[in-house]
Design a binder for this molecule. Structure first.
Ligand SMILES: [Mg+2]
Length: 318
């Protein structure tokens, strides 16, 4: 099916200036961009990252999975402060109905590519005796030496989170909105982001990773964490609090950003199109903390890794 499918795909892909030679040759030729090349890759597999047997129950489609395979990479690109340019998409299809599934998956891939001005520069497609697997490699760029790293946080930085978090399992997780535009806006404003990460495994787990990479800790205003309406609904189903869902649910694909207080003050006055909420401050003491009646209490990271939720322990007292 590969030749016929590639012919179809070539017809469906827009020609974008960042790609000189796209689908159809032995390799893609990408026009170099200013600055440094940023590359990331992510794979999603049926049965591990989603479950096609639940599609009917959940109202999801193969196109959602295609969209998500691109969006999760765009979220990583946004977390680097990068500008996305082109993707390579490798799909391993199950024996049953491969052509129909490939077409449906690509509807979502093409939709994401159109929405984010992304060129589909190439990839591979095969059929095998196993579940659907989509592996996407995304190429983009950042101004030289200006990638946003997890390790760059500084003591005294304000910690921001974009959007609202928690409860993505109610369906939002299959149609994430990677914060590419937000990252672009912040670059244009010449705000100096010290450290950044996207929330894939849970606000607390990913913030903990950023802190650990930077060798620092965080003192949080726990009440300031922006709780998504889905977290409130989810809490009614699970018996956990909305805050607990905001703290530990995964796949929000929002950004955590740190910057000095001066930039924080400036950015708070600007409408970025997406809410940006200050949830605390980077501190020298490692770990995550909140102040309760003047006393510091330790907050333990919890999250969502490879389809499994970690223990649901409540915040531990120091
Ligand atoms: Mg990430």
């Amino acid at each position: 099916m590969e030749q016929a499918f590639l012919a179809y795909l070539r017809g469906r892909c827009r020609h974008l200036p960042q790609v000189a030679v796209g689908i159809g040759d032995d390799a893609a030729v990408i026009n170099p961009s200013d600055g440094q090349l940023v590359a990331c890759t992510d794979q999603i597999i049926d049965g591990t990252d989603f479950d096609s047997r639940r599609f009917e129950l959940d109202g999801h489609r193969w196109a959602d999975v295609g969209f998500k395979s691109i969006a999760i990479n765009l979220s990583d690109m946004a977390a680097m402060g990068g500008k996305p340019q082109a993707v390579l998409v490798t799909i391993a299809l199950p024996n049953e109905n491969p052509s129909r599934i490939a077409g449906d998956v690509y509807e979502g891939i093409l939709e994401a590519a159109a929405e984010y001005d992304l060129a589909i520069a190439g990839g591979d497609i095969s059929v095998y005796d196993g579940p659907l697997s989509i592996s996407v490699t995304l190429l983009g760029s950042v101004p030289s030496g200006k990638a946003w790293l997890r390790s760059g946080a500084q003591e005294g930085d304000a910690i921001f989170v974009s959007g609202a978090v928690g409860g993505s399992l109610r369906g939002r997780h299959l149609r994430p909105q990677p914060r590419i535009q937000l990252a672009k806006r912040i670059r244009e404003l010449e705000i100096c982001v010290h450290a950044a990460i996207d929330i894939s495994d849970g606000l607390s787990l990913d913030l903990d990773r950023l802190c650990a990479s930077s060798g620092l800790g965080a003192e949080l205003e726990a009440e300031a964490i922006p709780i998504h309406a889905d977290a409130i609904e989810r809490a009614q189903e699970t018996g956990c609090t909305p805050w607990e869902h905001a703290w530990r649910d995964g796949e929000d694909f929002e950004l955590i950003l740190t910057m000095n207080q001066e930039d924080a003050k400036q950015i708070s006055k600007i409408d970025l199109g997406v809410p940006l909420t200050c949830i605390g401050e980077i501190v020298g003491r490692t770990g995550m903390w909140k102040r309760n009646l003047g006393k510091l209490e330790r907050l333990m990271p919890q999250g969502y890794v490879h389809g499994k939720s970690t223990s649901q322990a409540t915040p531990e007292s120091s």
